[in-house]
Design a binder for this molecule. Structure first.
Ligand SMILES: *[C@@H]1O[C@H](CO)[C@@H](O)[C@H](O)[C@H]1NC(C)=O
Length: 273
């Protein structure tokens, strides 16, 4: 007869999470903490936008798993930051699809050595939290910072689109991904025909209200007047992990692998606002 081979230790782990249908937020009737509900991205985003604080309180006790919408037949991705901002734990992306969302994902989890787990800040663990990422009030989450980034120069930026015969025309884009009002993006001018040692010497300032939830993405692209700009490389770091001073940022490829020598040279300054 066929015997199912199953390690008892593995089988025992099944008790850790029990999948249940989400029945709405009911703070007065806490469910056992091993209960986990699944939400499509659309449903989760609606809850995050309309009842962010309730979702945060729910996620301080229960696990939430978010999955990409069925209409994403091209395996594109949604922005995971909106889900993390309300404390969702298992924010599933299409890992096979590279792009900004996966860059942010990789950036978020490098904070804890890529073990796949980072601790939520206190205001997302609090069962009585008053935090709402859509409407920032005073609280432990609001620690206003001014981030000054001076994009100085680039080193050995590769030509990504080998089909074109011109030399790379690089530009750096600095992006903030966090709560809605902290989201921002600034870009340098384009340097013509120099991927070897472009020099920008441009300074940008960002106001960040909720630094604990912000990530900073440094992206370098090859400007093109006639077609879409080509992605060259990027690096994303959680804001609290940024080190101040003069830094070489080692760029990652579209697939998230390090380039052997492509870097940008920046100066980072963080002030209390
Ligand atoms: C770089 O910019 C600073 C102002 O931010 C300016 O004082 C300095 O002269 C610039 N350096 C060069 C080499 O252009």
């Amino acid at each position: 007869s066929d015997k199912l081979k199953l390690a008892k230790e593995l089988s025992d782990t099944v008790v850790y999470c029990r999948s249940v249908h989400f029945e709405g937020f009911d703070g007065s009737n806490p469910r056992p903490s091993n209960e986990m509900s699944s939400f499509s991205e659309g449903k989760a985003l609606k809850l995050a936008q309309e009842s962010g604080t309730s979702f945060i309180r729910h996620n301080s006790r229960q696990l939430s798993r978010i999955y990409p919408a069925g209409w994403r037949t091209d395996s594109s991705n949604y922005n995971p930051v909106d889900m993390w901002n309300v404390g969702c734990q298992i924010v599933a992306l299409n890992f096979q699809t590279k792009g900004t969302e996966m860059d942010i994902y990789q950036g978020r989890f490098q904070e804890n050595g890529f073990c796949g787990y980072v601790l939520k800040p206190d205001f997302l663990q609090d069962q009585n939290s008053k935090f709402n990422p859509r409407s920032i009030t005073e609280g432990s989450w609001r620690m206003r910072k001014k981030l000054q980034v001076k994009v100085i120069s680039g080193q050995q930026l590769p030509k990504v689109n080998k089909g074109k015969n011109s030399i790379v025309d690089p530009r750096v884009i600095v992006e903030i991904h966090g709560v809605h009002r902290d989201n921002d993006k600034k870009q340098t001018r384009v340097i013509d025909n120099n991927g070897f040692n472009p020099y920008w010497n441009e300074t940008f300032e960002f106001d960040i209200d909720v630094p604990r939830l912000a990530l900073v993405r440094f992206m370098v692209e090859d400007f093109d007047t006639s077609t879409k700009n080509d992605f060259i490389g990027q690096f994303t770091a959680p804001f609290p992990s940024l080190k101040q001073g003069y830094r070489h940022i080692h760029l990652l490829t579209k697939n998230g692998d390090p380039y052997p020598s492509a870097t940008i040279f920046v100066r980072i300054n963080i002030l209390d606002a």
